[in-house]
Design a protein around this ligand. Structure first.
Ligand code: UDX
Length: 496
């Protein structure tokens, strides 16, 4: 492990965008820093925090680090608003942006300037690590004279496209000129040969340049360039894009896959003769806003090797009843077993149409033997289970990395934001899966699942093993992510 020899431990404030995928990767980073002797204050919004603390996992992960604590700030959600995950429509995002500006931003500023952190026994704040889409946190750091690190929890390829958006607008690529989503996009360096309109992040589909979500990603990307340093959860697989970004962000640390780096550091700590840390316990790397249903692990234990398709569309993708049925028919008709995660609030407006209800009842009956559903699964454990042979995913960046590390091929059905470009890279560049983008019907689902599990099994096994090995090497002691992790520690120590 990197040297932790400084007398004063630095104190880092970590602040994620308040949704599951971002909290997960930032909590992994928090644990990596704690294991390296750094004090961490992790800032959560109120409702997310109370959902996290309902479940024991987070306490068992962080309970043994005296230098770790949570702080909460208001989120502007009323008691009757169920939570702050899930975007049913663009209005949900607009509401979130409104709360960010009017409640969360002042709450964060107040926390940093109040006595709450000043009287902290862990010393003054030496550095702020803010989510790359919370530009105001970088501005607060500037105002207080504190160094800041902007952590984009998405892929480098998506970060690079966000960076190129002003140029795409200037060249007239956005808004799209016609309905043909297969039109090539030639103005993103490194992606000229395979990028189409439909592969650009979902926000680029806006017809109006003033659309709040497009405006948000452009302005936050601009803000983030003001950070003292930058952090990405990625590794050599994105090397060409990383070097493009590095020409704009010289202090760029790529430390991914964070789940793999964390597991390495945990096992080193557990094996250290001086360690009494409870981090040696086998605990999940994720911190869920939903309660994990572990019964699926018992079900997986009973299935043949590599026979199960794991189906999950992350925490914020919403699925219509019609799409849900198409996926179900596709899975059933593929003849393969499946474990399907359906978070309780992931279905768009319920429809009681008699034919749909009838179809669903028939499907539940037909899939009793071969299918298992849960509301939330211990995903990393599932992906590493020997009976899982493929992942039907929405291409969220955490899920993509977790699948790469586990060496599991993917069928990608991207929904929003970075997922559109992640799925293109999975299919066209890394060749570790297939992209079902914009095409959810039972025949396509059936075909792609069969391709993944049978027809293309051999070639996918080779390519996924290669990528898993690359991930493993990057977090090994001579690997690029490990060296960047050491560089990051040095940067943080110099800040205090
Ligand atoms: C969001 C965005 O959608 C994603 O594109 C962006 O990259 C990060 O923020 P989300 O949609 O939730 O996140 O997807 P993803 O990034 O894949 O994160 C989901 C996390 O939840 C993963 O770490 C996954 O392991 C975990 N998870 C998911 C579980 O632990 N159990 C489950 O049942 C489902």
């Amino acid at each position: 492990m990197a040297d932790t020899g400084s007398l004063i431990s630095p104190h880092v404030v970590i602040f994620p965008f308040p949704i599951q995928g971002h909290i997960n990767s930032m909590l992994k980073l928090a644990e990596v820093l704690c294991l390296s002797g750094i004090n961490v204050t992790f800032v959560n919004t109120q409702q997310n925090h109370s959902r996290l603390s309902n479940f024991g996992d987070v306490q068992s992960r962080f309970g043994s680090f005296p230098g770790f604590c949570f702080e909460t700030i208001p989120d502007g959600l009323s008691a009757d608003q169920p939570h702050s995950t899930g975007f049913r429509n663009s209005q949900d995002l607009v509401d979130m942006l409104h709360r960010l500006k009017n409640v969360i931003r002042p709450g964060f500023r107040e926390l940093l300037t109040s006595d709450r952190l000043k009287i902290d026994s862990r010393g003054p704040v030496s550095c702020i690590i803010a989510d790359g889409i919370l530009g105001f946190a970088i501005v607060v750091a500037e105002e207080l004279g504190i160094p800041s690190i902007s952590f984009r929890t998405i892929s480098a390829c998506c970060s690079w496209i966000y960076f190129c958006l002003p140029k795409l607008i200037e060249n007239g690529d956005i808004p799209f000129k016609d309905e043909d989503m297969d039109q090539p996009i030639k103005n993103v360096p490194e992606m000229e040969s395979f990028l189409r309109c439909r592969d650009l992040p979902s926000f680029c589909r806006a017809k109006d340049l003033n659309h709040p979500s497009l405006d948000f990603v452009i302005s936050e990307t601009l803000y983030s360039t003001r950070a003292t340093a930058h952090l990405l959860n990625t590794f050599d697989i994105e090397a060409p894009i990383i070097s493009q970004l590095r020409s704009y962000w010289p202090n760029l640390y790529t430390v991914g896959p964070l789940n793999a780096l964390l597991n390495t550091l945990r096992s080193r700590t557990a094996n250290s003769p001086h360690s009494s840390s409870s981090s040696s316990k086998s605990v999940s790397s994720n911190a869920s806003l939903y309660e994990e249903d572990r019964s699926c692990m018992t079900w997986l234990d009973k299935q043949p090797e590599k026979s199960v398709v794991y189906v999950s569309f992350g925490s914020i993708a919403m699925v219509s009843r019609e799409q849900w049925l198409e996926i179900w028919y596709g899975l059933v008709n593929s003849g393969h077993r499946f474990l399907w995660v359906k978070p309780p609030d992931s279905l768009l407006a319920k429809d009681d149409e008699e034919s749909h209800v009838q179809a669903e009842t028939e499907l539940i009956e037909a899939t009793k033997e071969r299918g298992y559903t849960v509301e939330w699964a211990p995903q990393e454990e599932v992906l590493n289970h020997s009976s899982v042979g493929g992942f039907f995913t929405h291409s969220g960046w955490n899920s993509t990395l977790e699948s790469m590390v586990a060496g599991v091929p993917m069928v990608c059905w991207p929904h929003l934001a970075d997922q559109q470009i992640n799925s293109r890279y999975v299919s066209e560049v890394w060749k570790i899966g297939m992209d079902m983008k914009d095409n959810c019907n039972r025949l396509t689902v059936e075909k792609l699942i069969r391709d993944m599990m049978d027809v293309k099994r051999e070639e996918l096994t080779k390519s996924t093993a290669k990528v898993a090995e690359m991930a493993r090497q990057s977090i090994g002691s001579d690997g690029s992510s490990y060296r960047n992790y050491e560089g990051l520690l040095e940067f943080i120590r110099k800040s205090c």
